[in-house]
Design a protein around this ligand. Structure first.
Ligand code: N01
Length: 538
């Protein structure tokens, strides 16, 4: 319990939004459209969230640009032109800056401001949100648009503090240029970030040492300029495409082949995999309906990808080390690359397999593995994030009776629809744990959640209701449903950031909703249509 206390300077708003990435910007826009006064706090020095921080060389989205944009404004859709099929970080950041200007959002956003505490006052029914800089606002509604992958995670390696070179994390990349030319560089981690970074660094560095604990499944992006007839056609079909995505299983624009991988001949299977492979990247997920639920079906896809790696990597020993094994395709999000495997054909690139011999320490000169020191000038940690709960666990969030969210989530996060938490009235999460967000196209999930929250707020205001709070029963039932659905897939048992396994000591719970983006939408719509079942309104 914590005693309620008033801070020094307090301003009143209808709503406070934490975060000014894709989610926070859109939430601000929607609430302002409803006539609410809104304050947005953003820790970064600019808007953009993920795309502000992840500015490492090679950073690019793994969802196609046409699908990774807002759908709320026809004007925005018609005036913005993407230059590539898969957008670069720089282009995404430019897009979000444009959105902030285009819709006059900046006056409501306070940058360089980290939220430290959000406390619900039961007497006034308002949230008091305080920042590390001593600002505070009171607001009826508090929306956490804090992102699913916004807290970089750096392994606790003894000696790192004495390393004499430079070190960076991909998710907190400096705004200044980091030069690799002529340097000896270590990259730790071979997930999506590492796989994008490595080919770029390989071209610049004198020597590149890639420290791989687990090999990832990666499918080429087949990136290309976005112009031409295909882009024009895609733009014309945008509404149809987005509608399809919203109601799809995977949250992606590719139709899912309804067949089982095991119900077709080996030739047909190969034909299907090759077709999906040529589509590029995440389209691979849709090759067969049972890839994420049937181990034998999944193994056929893994075998196809193993063969592609063997074809690309010249040294058979290195190729074998790069084969992802021991977990199903999709158990960790499939990576989307441009020239990743090919980078290992360069003489200056060295793969260090640390699966059985982890990095013991960092000496002043570089990583130390099994008694061997790798002297380098730069270490890049592409070691991922404290995902889904990391940002919220770093804010002191207190609800009814002063109860802390961190205590409620000590054994793993719980929510109702990934949108609300029992005991925390008028607190809304955009793409919170228990939502499908991270399993598909997060933009489609963000738009859904923001629209749903905005409509819920409108519902309260139209009826002169002060509070909306998920009931414990509804939350329990949702948590059970999320867990049951995850248990029916191959995803729940994998050691990944989906399950919190990448951060030592984090409770191991599958944090996404694997029932499909469309099914999630149907359930949320039903809840709203029936007058917000599972919520207490007062
Ligand atoms: O992080 P990750 P990421 N010693 O957690 C390794 C999105 N994203 O930043 O698998 C050595 O996937 C770890 O090994 P292991 C996307 O959703 C998208 O790459 O835990 N290694 C793994 O290899 C993605 O899924 C885009 O055994 C250590 C790597 O570090 C998510 O963000 C681009 C280690 C971390 O991989 C996260 O991707 C980038 C240690 N102590 C990110 N600790 C695109 O849009 C961890 N590792 C394309």
């Amino acid at each position: 319990m914590c005693a309620y206390r008033e801070p020094r300077h307090t301003a009143d708003y209808d709503a406070v939004v934490v975060g000014a990435g894709f989610a926070g910007l859109y939430q601000l826009y929607r609430l302002r459209e409803q006539g609410l006064t809104v304050r947005v706090f953003e820790a970064g020095g600019g808007v953009g969230g993920t795309w502000f921080w992840n500015r490492y060389p090679g950073a690019r989205c793994d969802v196609e640009s046409i699908d990774y944009q807002y759908a709320f404004s026809e004007e925005l859709l018609s005036e913005w032109r993407w230059s590539e099929r898969y957008p670069r970080q720089e282009e995404l950041l430019r897009y979000l800056d444009h959105v902030a200007d285009r819709f006059d959002l900046r006056p409501h956003i306070q940058l360089n401001t980290r939220v430290e505490r959000a406390v619900f006052n039961e007497e006034t029914g308002r949230w008091l949100v305080e920042t590390t800089g001593g600002d505070a606002v009171r607001a009826r509604y508090c929306v956490m648009a804090t992102g699913c992958l916004s807290v970089p995670w750096v392994p606790d390696l003894p000696g790192l503090e004495n390393f004499t070179g430079e070190w960076y994390h991909t998710g907190a990349w400096p705004t200044e240029d980091v030069g690799f030319t002529g340097k000896r560089v270590a990259v730790v981690g071979t997930g999506s970030s590492g796989i994008q970074l490595i080919p770029v660094v390989a071209e610049q560095a004198a020597e590149l040492f890639v420290f791989q604990r687990t090999a990832s499944f990666s499918v080429p992006a087949f990136n290309r300029p976005a112009g031409g007839a295909a882009a024009a056609e895609a733009n014309t079909g945008f509404r149809r495409r987005r509608e399809f995505t919203r109601h799809s299983v995977l949250g992606l624009s590719t139709p899912l082949n309804p067949q089982s991988a095991l119900a077709v001949s080996a030739d047909e299977r190969r034909r299907q995999y090759e077709a999906r492979w040529r589509m590029g990247g995440l389209h691979m997920y849709g090759a067969f309906a049972d890839l994420l639920v049937d181990r034998a079906a999944n193994a056929t896809a893994a075998e196809f990808l193993h063969d592609r790696i063997r074809e690309k990597v010249h040294d058979p020993g290195v190729a074998e080390q790069l084969l992802p094994r021991g977990y199903p395709l999709g158990g960790k999000r499939i990576c989307v690359d441009t020239g990743y495997y090919e980078a290992f054909n360069r003489d200056n690139v060295h793969l260090i397999d640390i699966k059985d011999t982890p990095i013991d320490a960092v000496t002043p000169r570089g990583p130390l593995v099994d008694g061997v020191e790798y002297p380098v000038d730069v270490i890049v940690f592409a070691t991922g994030f404290d995902a889904m709960t990391g940002a919220l666990s770093r804010i002191e969030v207190r609800g009814r009776g002063g109860a802390a969210l961190s205590e409620k989530w000590a054994a793993g996060p719980t929510s109702y629809l990934g949108l609300a938490v029992s005991g925390f009235p008028n607190l809304f999460l955009v793409t919170g744990p228990g939502s499908p967000s991270v399993l598909g196209n997060v933009i489609v999930s963000i738009e859904h959640d923001v629209d749903w929250i905005t409509e819920a707020v409108a519902h309260l205001r139209e009826r002169d209701l002060a509070l909306m709070e998920a009931t414990q029963d509804a939350e329990d039932a949702w948590v059970q449903h999320v867990s049951q659905v995850a248990g029916s897939t191959l995803l729940a048992d994998v050691g990944s950031w989906y399950t919190g396994a990448n951060v030592p000591g984090k409770p191991r719970v599958f944090m996404g909703y694997a029932g499909g983006a469309g099914e999630f939408r149907r359930r949320c719509e039903k809840v709203a249509r029936q007058g917000y079942t599972g919520f207490a309104l007062s």
